[in-house]
Design a protein around this ligand. Structure first.
Ligand code: PHE
Length: 468
């Protein structure tokens, strides 16, 4: 006898868990430096449009497939495509992507945890100039024991939470960690803005510089929206599979997308406010968080305290995302192979930890082992984020738009959504009904999924392969 499949205890629990999955290194480590390099506000405006037009609709589609199937990605793809052998392949692709992303994600997540300890040991106070901070970073990531040790600790925390189950593990800890996360971020933003008297960070982030925007920027923004919302590998699908049929998917997706976007922007403000207030350069690139920020904390009043808080923030963001990745894998083996959850979680945890070791070492002793100029970490990151996620996203849009079909999709979306789905778009903006638009929210979403999303995702994909 297999146990009854779990469900979320409340829709708030679902939203916090899913937002926790979405909000991760992508928001705090990547978004600020990518926005910084791409014209600040200009990038943010394009990013917002990308989230609204592609990210949000695809997020709805993923959660819908999960709630419909009440199963892991493989099982849900099978259900929604009525047993198609072809579509199920994309479910398997999602599980594989989960393994890969989790393996290297835990490495960087481990650094965040490691940096909490560096901050507590007051190491940052010696970084009187940014190059000392950068040297220290190089020293740490070159140290196999440090890097694998923290990768292991992080994997262990992830395994423990997922081991406890959907309600007693993921939901419970999301309800504790996410409010703490919002609170810390708010403190950092407020302190940053108090110090940044000239408001240089706000000018940098909100005054658009369109001169640096190219078609490529647009596609990069879309790719970032996709990664940040955890789309294309079944993470949101899996969390959606623990929803009741009377939960409102539109509402849930709206809050998840809103929180994810808001947090990315707030993280940008907090980071750049600190950087500018301390007179450092925002040209951090990928090293912004680990190489530049510790030097910011060295100079900042209260830097000891805020340094610890910042890396706790980053660690929470990373852990809750790692949890969502491990849950995808766990749900597959539990649903499809009928294996006991704790055995699956332990074995998947050990396996991804081992798979992550080459990634961990590729910053140090294996940094010379490269293929096409990328080290092991770089290869996995490129393959998963730039190839596998777009393919997965394309598949879900095509599946809903062209296989499942409009009537079925809108009927499923309407469940638990009151009259949101049949509400007219014009009524949202309180335009007069004579304006002639009979387009409903549901139909509008469906057309975005059927026509616009596949074309745009394909363009993003070709862009990330460097083909256009
Ligand atoms: N969205 C996460 C982040 O922003 C990354 C992630 C991608 C997590 C895909 C799960 C699945 O860091």
């Amino acid at each position: 006898m297999t146990e009854k499949r779990e469900q979320w205890g409340s829709s708030l629990g679902f939203i916090l868990a899913a937002a926790g999955g979405a909000i991760g290194l992508g928001n705090i480590w990547k978004f600020p430096y990518v926005a910084g390099q791409n014209g600040g506000a200009a990038f943010i405006i394009i990013y917002l449009i990308a989230v609204m037009v592609i990210g949000f609709p695809v997020l709805i589609a993923e959660i819908l497939v999960g709630r419909y199937g009440q199963l892991n990605p493989v099982g849900s793809y099978r259900m929604i495509s009525r047993g198609s052998k072809f579509w199920v392949l994309f479910g398997y692709l999602g599980i594989l992507t989960g393994f890969i992303i989790l393996s290297y994600y835990n490495v960087v997540a481990g650094w965040s945890l490691g940096y909490v300890f560096e901050a507590m040991r007051n190491v940052f106070s010696q970084f009187t100039n940014p190059s000392i901070a950068a040297n220290h970073y190089e020293k740490l990531v070159n140290h196999p024991v440090w890097i694998i040790g923290f990768q292991f600790l992080l994997s262990l925390i992830t395994v423990l939470v997922v081991y406890l189950g959907v309600q007693r593990g993921i939901e419970k800890y999301s309800k504790i960690l996410m409010p703490l996360f919002f609170f810390i971020l708010l403190l950092l933003v407020i302190w940053g803005l108090i110090l940044d008297k000239e408001r240089a960070s706000l000018i940098f982030l909100f005054k658009p510089d369109w001169s640096v925007v190219t078609p490529r920027t647009v596609l990069d923004a879309l790719g970032q929206a996709f990664f940040s919302l955890s789309l294309g590998m079944g993470a949101m699908l899996t969390y959606g599979s623990y929803l009741h049929h009377n939960d409102n998917i539109l509402k849930g997706s709206f809050f998840i997308a809103l929180l994810d976007t808001l947090i990315a922007i707030l993280a940008g403000i907090a980071i750049f406010a600190g950087v500018f207030a301390m007179g450092l350069s925002p040209e951090g690139g990928p090293g912004l968080v680990f190489k530049v920020l510790p030097a910011v904390f060295a100079k900042m009043p209260g830097g000891y305290f805020f340094g610890i808080l910042f890396f706790v923030l980053l660690t929470i963001a990373a852990v809750t995302s790692a949890i969502s990745l491990l849950e995808v894998i766990a749900s597959y083996f539990v649903d499809e192979k009928k294996l006991p959850r704790h055995i699956v979680v332990l074995s998947a945890g050990i396996f991804t930890f081992l798979l992550g070791i080459p990634s961990a070492l590729s910053f140090g002793i294996w940094s010379d082992k490269t293929l096409f100029g990328l080290n092991f970490f770089g290869i996995l990151d490129f393959l998963s984020a730039n190839v596998m996620l777009p393919i997965g996203g394309l598949a879900i849009a095509l599946l809903i738009g062209w296989n499942f079909g409009k009537e079925e999709a809108l009927a499923e979306l309407s469940k638990g959504a009151g009259n949101w789905v049949s509400a007219r778009i014009s009524s949202l903006f309180s335009l007069s009904h004579q304006a002639g638009s009979k387009l409903t929210i549901g139909t509008f979403w469906f057309y975005l999924i059927k026509y616009l999303a596949p074309v745009i995702i394909l363009l993003v994909f070709l862009n990330s392969l460097g083909l256009i």
